[in-house]
Design a protein around this ligand. Structure first.
Ligand code: TEU
Ligand code: CA
Length: 536
């Protein structure tokens, strides 16, 4: 096994993690402050969401200098110290590599709009004599994907916000720049990259896209050979020289795309973040709160588990809803459903990724209006819905049920001022449930969600079956998901009940883990509400 297959990764969204200088914004010293806590949890890799210099239109996913640290988060000296201090605790760091686009404040873009030297074609520009948009493509954030630049008097392409201009991968120098940036960070001692929207780099053509409800134009840039070739080149020219790993964030990837991207013979990526399982509730459920289809979730997860040799597993990140609010019951079965999601995440085949606060069972926000929202995606969607005359209350309902800010609320460290995140007004409001859901309360409480994460992480590290075993779906119904892991003639059965009623299942066995506190041993086929068991 490779070290990154045995790893447990913890994603830190620095802005919301811990503020140490009381400006209301999380920072790198705040991460260093909590390294002991992460080591205690059992984490062996940290994925840092972007901490590079950025005007923060999209919270760091709009980079204006890849070799500088955002001054809100600290200095390069802080970053170097973080790498050293993490290493002392057996924790490696992977960075976010955002190379589909840069901030329009990036020096390259500034030179490009002024047509300076080689930079002229670093981005995707299009003249338009009659001021019509160059094509009909729409962006991931709902708007048109072209903006007019008054300096160059041309349109530029942006598949995300208008402050995030897409780089032009038809220009060879762009890829060389990326390679240098990667080496810069790998030489500093980081252990790899989470590669942002890595499957859309290469644009085949700029022709009009097919009519579609969302993302018009995607067929011209999703998972094409140009992108595969770029990724292989990054692998052979850079990554191969280091002991590191990559996880690609791959929007709209099919299983076949996943196979192509992670097939070790092709030398592209080590694992990907697929989206299919976090899209089983897209639109209807997310916006209108219809109950999520557990059978669909189970089928999709099984398909990916069976289809790939190895992959990344996740249920939360800075773009997704909180898992308890989404798949569980945050009110009545907060503790059980938090542990249920932990059981699922940590017993699947693949490398598990925990998002900050997930180990505490943090929930979706409790905001009351658009004024509390910072997320650029939510703001754009709200604007779009306003343009379509969607009434305010319905707009809010949709935003509330889908906003990425649900996951981005500040970490809940204790029941003190601002949940211990900061002494001054946080950049994004703290969830008011911090009085009961917080780290301090859970740390020494043996029945807390955090204690369960810690226990299960340790269990996973010791279990060859979990680490190396095959995956077999056993029973997938409207309410339960049961699967086996098998290795060298041994097996474990994992049974999960995603409902608030007792459910009968076929499996039997000896319980070695349960998310209910009572210590019962023999499992006779009945799962309690939101119960999760691991059977021998
Ligand atoms: O996400 C890509 C992406 O597809 C999401 O923004 C998606 O549109 C959204 O989650 C749906 O709700 C990556 C980053 O994770 C995200 O934070 C960035 O905003 C985006 O790329 C642009 O860099
Ligand atoms: Ca700060």
């Amino acid at each position: 096994m490779k070290w990154w297959q045995e790893s447990v990764v913890y994603q830190i969204y620095t802005r919301s993690f811990q503020d140490t200088n009381n400006d209301g914004i999380g920072d790198i010293p705040g991460i260093i402050m909590h390294l002991d806590n992460l080591q205690d949890l059992g984490v062996t890799v940290i994925w840092l969401s972007p901490v590079y210099q950025s005007p923060n239109e999209d919270n760091g996913y709009d980079i204006s200098d890849y070799r500088r640290i955002n001054s809100e988060y600290g200095t390069m000296a802080d970053m170097d110290q973080l790498i050293i201090e993490a290493d002392r605790r057996g924790i490696k760091i992977i960075m976010d590599l955002v190379i589909n686009h840069t901030s329009t404040e990036h020096e390259w873009f500034q030179k490009s709009r002024n047509r300076i030297g080689k930079y002229e074609d670093y981005y995707i520009w299009k003249a338009s004599p009659n001021k019509e948009l160059p094509n009909n493509w729409t962006s991931f954030f709902g708007e048109k994907s072209w903006s007019y630049d008054h300096v160059r008097e041309e349109y530029y392409l942006h598949l995300f916000a208008k402050e995030q201009a897409d780089l032009n991968y038809h220009h060879k120098d762009v890829l060389d720049e990326v390679k240098d940036i990667m080496r810069f960070w790998l030489d500093k001692g980081i252990a790899g990259f989470r590669c942002d929207v890595i499957n859309i780099l290469y644009k085949n053509s700029l022709e009009d896209g097919k009519k579609s409800l969302i993302l018009i134009g995607a067929e011209h840039y999703l998972n094409n050979n140009g992108t595969h070739k770029i990724i292989r080149e990054l692998h052979s020219d850079v990554l191969d020289d280091y002991d590191c790993f990559t996880v690609g964030e791959t929007v709209f990837a099919t299983l076949q795309d996943g196979k192509d991207l992670t097939d070790s013979n092709r030398k592209e990526l080590n694992m990907i973040f697929a989206f299919e399982h976090v899209e089983v509730d897209q639109f209807m459920v997310k916006w209108f709160k219809k109950p999520i289809s557990i059978s669909k979730l189970g089928r999709v997860l099984s398909k990916w588990q069976l289809g790939l040799e190895w992959n990344a597993n996740y249920f939360e990140c800075h773009d997704q809803l909180r898992a308890i609010s989404r798949y569980g019951d945050a009110d009545q079965y907060h503790n059980q459903s938090g542990k249920l999601m932990a059981t699922l995440l940590l017993t699947l085949k693949g490398t598990p990724f925990i998002f900050q606060g997930q180990e505490l069972g943090m929930t979706n926000f409790d905001y009351k209006s658009m004024e509390d929202i910072e997320d650029v995606e939510s703001r754009n969607i709200n604007q779009l819905l306003t343009d379509y005359h969607v009434p305010k209350s319905l707009r809010w309902k949709m935003i509330k049920a889908s906003s990425r800010d649900n996951a981005r609320t500040p970490m809940q460290w204790n029941d003190g001022i601002n949940a211990g995140f900061s002494m001054s007004q946080p950049w994004l409001k703290v969830n008011s449930n911090y009085k009961t859901i917080n780290m301090e309360e859970q740390l020494n409480n043996t029945s807390s969600i955090r204690s369960y994460y810690k226990e299960l992480i340790e269990f996973r590290k010791q279990s060859e079956i979990i680490l190396k075993g095959d995956f077999r779906p056993k029973q997938i119904t409207k309410h339960v998901f049961v699967y086996e892991r098998r290795y060298c003639g041994q097996k474990l059965t994992i049974a999960l009940n995603f409902s608030n009623k007792t459910r009968k299942i076929e499996s039997r066995g000896l319980i070695i883990k349960t998310n209910y506190n009572e210590s019962y041993r023999l499992f006779e086929g009945e799962l309690k509400a939101y119960e999760a068991v691991i059977l021998e």
